[in-house]
Design a protein around this ligand. Sequence first.
Ligand code: NAD
Ligand code: MG
Length: 391
Amino acid sequence: MRRVSIFGATGSIGQNTLDLIARAPEDYDVVALTGGRNIAHLARDAISLNADVAVTAHENLLDDLRDALAGTGIEAAAGTQALNEAAARPADWVMSAIIGAAGLAPGLTALQQGATLALANKESLVTAGPLLMETARKHNATVLPVDSEHSAIFQGLVGEDLSAVERIIITASGGAFRDWPLDKLAGATLAQASSHPNWDMGQRITIDSASMFNKALEVIETKEFFGVLPEQIEVLVHPESMVHALVGFNDGALMAHVGAPDMRHAIGYALHWPERRQLPVERLDLAQIGQLTFRAPDPQRYPALRLAQEVMQTGGMMGAIFNGAKERALDAFIAGQIGFLDMARVVEDVMTQLSSDNGLIGADFTLDNVSKADQMARYRADQIMAAQEAE
Ligand code: NAD
Ligand code: MG
């Protein structure tokens, strides 16, 4: 039996993970499940998988969670500290599927106890790539990518020498607005940005797909995880979302990973690695699909991709600043306070404001420093948005 914990169990990746685990319950001993406000859902899953502990991120919901678990013998806990304690409980495999910078600390704690970390939380690599990878090395722990593109790259590299890699191409669906006229984008609504043409995901990453902030995060994630140079990473718009990534080698060969747009591909690969096991995903009928198409992303439509280049050139805490500002701008878009195109403007303004703060940018990669940079970026984003509102 493998001891597994799932952070962000009530979310889109979390639920897909539980789906795979629930198909072979005899193989898994579920240690911790964590969630947010959806207490009934969290408790139901904890009971059906017989978890040791269920944790909500919100301290004020502890009593509700206790009530929902009364008489089951499952422990209830709440708050940031409790999330970290749950991550310290011995486990063999830990899914990191909390959304946002909040996923970093429990992921680091899981690595410190030597667990294999299945990393859906790309923000961990964007904000603190060197810290995460160094923590894994120090504790002899493994990080496995769960983002579909990065799982695809990882699979394309099995048995290969990294020094033979010339380039890595990650694909993007282009999101909800890939075919919209540019002059309509400013008026895009929350509902329009929250519907994805191919993938069924959480709301935040769906909006980030429409703006390509998600792809921007993934470009940085590629650099941090695989240790390639920024200029070796390319993005291609691929509306069918079936080729997830391609690895280009020094002999000109391109190895592509092709599969249905279903996150259980990547989650299942990380769950069973280094083996492959049968997965309940659609088998593609390529004759029926007929054609797969690719095109270069339009830099005007997707300014986030240019910002990702700036993050990688600057390095240091700029990843945490970029992500923190993006999270606040996204909050504001979801709350109806700013428009769709304002998100990239706010993030760029925060990056420009903080880029000359060498003490902040050049700080060592510690959890404290990353949190400080993240907080500073959020604070500046709020200031910028408040000033714009006042105009
Ligand atoms: P989601 O919004 O559906 O779920 C997020 C989960 O995190 C929920 O369980 C929620 O309760 C919890 N959570 C939210 N804020 C929290 C906080 N501050 N502290 C603790 N817990 C918190 O998100 P998702 O779409 O499943 O994405 C999860 C992660 O996986 C993200 O980093 C995302 O970028 C990445 N990812 C998702 C997909 C996908 O298909 N959804 C694909 C690739 C990568
Ligand atoms: Mg992805």
